[in-house]
Design a protein around this ligand. Structure first.
Ligand SMILES: C[S@@+](CC[C@H](N)C(=O)[O-])C[C@H]1O[C@@H](n2cnc3c(N)ncnc32)[C@H](O)[C@@H]1O
Length: 273
């Protein structure tokens, strides 16, 4: 079956799918492993000293709110996302947390940011680049809106490494490939990114590798697998029945203590001269 990365077409999805996606992004954003990964690069790029931050591809605003609630941060944050629905959720969640005076959200396409040259001291792109139509064009836009001396953090999965155990290796591999095609456009983007950064005139200053693996029982992957029962059929990668059977198999494996699910993630920090 041919499939489409659902996270690339969030401006075309129905409300029910976007609710599943929003719940998944929020669940992921609360997971301690995920919190530790984003805090690591935010600390390393000294985000607290930034006066103006852009969170590009902000989704429901997980990273924008995380920056806004840091006690050492006193600047402002702008979040941009292609999905007006996810932006609506981001606005509501920031308001509920009392962060709305510090964080502003707008619907827009990161390929053509409607923002001034050099407007931001820092830009964060958290699991955006793996979904883009044209990653190089977006990197050029990021460089344009970044002030001289500013820093950009690009965090993403190395989704070519995403894998789940199945009943036999050949079937498991076919399912891995179907899932990757359904939730990502550029599964190898973080392998290419050091070259893209150089071509864009940015200097790579730090790289943080991670592996997120649940072995035995699922933990980090639980909310992802739950969301996939909806997202995989929506992408065209599987029928509803196939997606539900796969998720049930993952749940059974977790209950039996035989689950295996893993993916590598990387956080890069780059500076503009
Ligand atoms: C996996 S989500 C990550 C959301 C958020 N950064 C987070 O980590 O919770 C990818 C996001 O990129 C957005 N996106 C995809 N293509 C985009 C584009 N061309 N311009 C702006 N946002 C885009 C999607 O709408 C989605 O919210």
């Amino acid at each position: 079956m041919t499939s489409t990365d659902v996270y690339r077409i969030t401006d075309q999805l129905d409300d029910e799918t976007l609710e599943v996606m929003a719940a998944r992004l929020e669940a992921r954003g609360r997971h301690p492993r995920f919190v530790a990964m984003y805090n690591q690069y935010l600390d390393a790029m000294e985000i607290d000293s930034a006066r103006s931050v852009l969170d590009v591809g902000c989704g429901t605003g997980v990273i924008a709110r995380a920056i806004g609630r840091r006690t050492g941060f006193s600047g402002s944050i702008t979040g941009i996302d292609r999905s007006p629905s996810l932006i609506g959720t981001a606005v509501r969640l920031a308001r509920e947390e009392g962060l709305d005076r510090r964080v502003a959200f707008h619907a827009g396409d990161s390929h053509t940011l409607n923002l001034d040259d050099g407007a931001f001291d820092a830009v964060v792109a958290h699991t955006l680049f793996s979904h883009l139509d044209d990653p190089r064009a977006v990197l050029a836009e990021v460089v344009r809106v970044l002030a001289p001396g500013g820093k950009v953090a690009i965090f993403d999965g190395d989704f070519a490494s995403m894998t789940f155990a199945g009943d036999d290796p050949a079937t498991a591999r076919a399912i891995d490939e179907a899932i990757i095609g359904a939730v990502v456009t550029h599964p190898r983007i973080m392998r290419e990114m050091p070259q893209f950064l150089r071509e864009a005139g940015l200097r790579l200053v730090a790289a943080f590798p991670h592996v997120i693996a649940d072995v035995g029982r699922m933990d980090y992957w639980a909310s992802s697998i739950q969301s996939m029962t909806r997202l995989l059929p929506k992408s065209g990668a599987m029928t509803e029945g196939q997606a539900e059977a796969w998720a049930a198999n993952m749940t059974r494996r977790s209950e039996e203590g035989t689950f295996f699910g893993a993916c590598n993630f990387y956080g890069y920090i780059a500076a503009k001269a």
